[in-house]
Design a binder for this molecule. Structure first.
Ligand SMILES: [Fe+2]
Ligand SMILES: [Fe+2]
Length: 306
């Protein structure tokens, strides 16, 4: 049996507490986000849940960890510094890869001003034009996308744009012959119907067309704050898509419970393709601790491997 690579997946960290805004920093969409945080979100994105998630991650001893965005809440400058410090505690850049989410580009100019702080975890990417980045990690090629764009009030949609999609297609095609397991990281789920219109990936169909033509072995996303598994068509079989739960969310609804994913990735015994198994650890409010569970891969993916 081939060796196993253990990849941890965290998403939607929504670090708290919020730094105190300086005068003028709330004269934007940030004011409603700030009120939403104070009135509701700070009570459900909890430090104790995030700490439990990180403790479970540490005991799982992954080979690498990916974080698929929404480290911030309203893109205050101090949030990016806090997120940089949190990434440092999570692990050295060689062991941790991050991409941004919509809360990391909450207002115009935030990306250009503050993403450079996270460059070491984004393979040097420090602006929207730098995506996708490609990072080789063990037997994996991580392709980090940015769907994070500033949107109007009440709108949490994402967009990759034609130029980024064209660059992604080129990189996927180059990597197809490398024998590496291509793992696409994108904050907004690309599966039609997973997200409501005001939260969806606007060019999901175009991303689906690139993946259908060039292929990928796995897509990891977040944004909806709920655990989900599905698939998109690929050139030689279905491509599994996993959405992780928020790393900090305390939720009563079972599908929304916060936590993280651990993936065991190995070459298929046949030598062609990859076998991927997923496990979730999520915070059970009744037990006040993490509970482990297997995440079923979509039947179409299992059938394609059989
Ligand atoms: Fe989020
Ligand atoms: Fe999000």
């Amino acid at each position: 049996m081939s060796s196993v690579f253990r990849l941890a997946h965290l998403t939607d960290v929504h670090l708290g507490p919020l730094p105190r805004p300086r005068p003028g920093e709330l004269f934007s969409k940030r004011i409603t986000g700030f009120l939403s945080w104070q009135l509701r979100r700070r009570r459900i994105h909890r430090t104790d849940v995030l700490d439990a998630t990180l403790a479970a991650l540490a005991s799982a001893r992954p080979d690498h960890t990916v974080v698929t965005g929404d480290l911030c809440n309203i893109s205050l400058p101090g949030e990016f510094v806090a997120a940089r410090d949190w990434l440092l505690r999570l692990g050295p850049p060689a062991r941790v890869t991050a991409i941004p989410g919509n809360h990391d580009a909450y207002v115009p100019g935030a990306a250009e001003a503050h993403w450079p702080l996270w460059r070491p975890w984004m393979e040097g990417a420090g602006a929207p034009r730098d995506f996708p980045f490609v990072r080789r990690v063990g037997p994996l090629a991580l392709l980090g996308l940015s769907s994070a764009v500033p949107r109007p009030w009440g709108d949490a949609a994402g967009e990759l744009g034609c130029a980024q999609l064209e660059r992604l297609a080129v990189r996927l095609a180059e990597l197809r012959r490398s024998g590496l397991c291509r793992v696409v990281l994108v904050h907004h789920p690309p599966v039609p119907g997973w997200s409501p219109p005001r939260k969806c990936l606007l060019d999901a169909a175009a991303l689906g067309a690139v993946l259908a033509r060039e292929g990928a072995e796995l897509v990891l996303c977040g944004h909806d704050h709920r655990l989900a598994s599905g698939a998109l068509p690929g050139p030689s079989g279905p491509i599994p898509v996993l959405a992780g739960p928020s790393a900090s969310l305390a939720a009563a609804e079972p599908e929304k419970r916060g936590g993280g994913l651990l993936l065991a990735i190995r070459r298929a015994d046949s030598g062609a393709g990859w076998r991927i198994e997923a496990e979730a650890w999520r915070f059970d409010p009744a037990l006040a601790r993490m509970a482990h569970e297997a995440v079923p891969m979509p039947p179409s993916v299992v059938a394609a491997l059989a």
